[in-house]
Design a protein around this ligand. Structure first.
Ligand code: ZN
Length: 151
């Protein structure tokens, strides 16, 4: 099986059966994200255990890329610390936008998003959930610095 076929199958699978999809009771943060270029909407909720993301779920509707990306993201960041999750965001952002991106295999299943690089208009579909995660993490961080644009 070609790598591109494998990546496409991961996207299709996570779009059809999104992981961590649904409501989350007693969340510590609930943040909405919207991508006007495509119409993707999502609400991200998370629970923190001190500095660690102990649970994360999302709801909403959007294109296959945005849904699959949110599903893959929730799997990837659950159990990570705030800092580790933001570090992962930086690497995913690079994967989506930079041809000289680091080895995709280090990112595990998130590497499936690398094909989006060929379609610049879809980058926001894939990065919406990550921008939303970054604001959710900032909103739960007692030592939060003033918001920095991640564009
Ligand atoms: Zn989209």
């Amino acid at each position: 099986m070609e790598l591109n076929d494998l990546y496409r199958d991961v996207i299709l699978d996570h779009n059809r059966r999104p992981r961590n999809f649904g409501a989350l009771d007693a969340a510590d943060a609930s943040v909405e994200g919207f991508n006007p270029m495509c119409g993707d909407r999502l609400t991200l909720r998370l629970k923190m255990d001190q500095d660690k993301i102990s649970d994360i779920r999302f709801e909403g509707h959007g294109c296959a890329i945005s849904t699959a990306s949110a599903s893959l993201m929730t799997e990837a960041v659950k159990g990570r610390t705030r800092g580790a999750a933001l570090e992962l965001f930086a690497r995913v952002h690079q994967l989506l936008t930079d041809d000289a991106a680091p080895a995709a295999e280090e990112l595990g299943k998130l590497a499936a998003l690398s094909g989006v690089r060929e379609y610049p208009a879809r980058v926001k579909c894939a990065s919406l959930c990550w921008h939303t995660l970054a604001s959710a993490l900032r909103s739960t961080d007692p030592a939060s610095l003033p918001a920095v644009s991640t564009e």
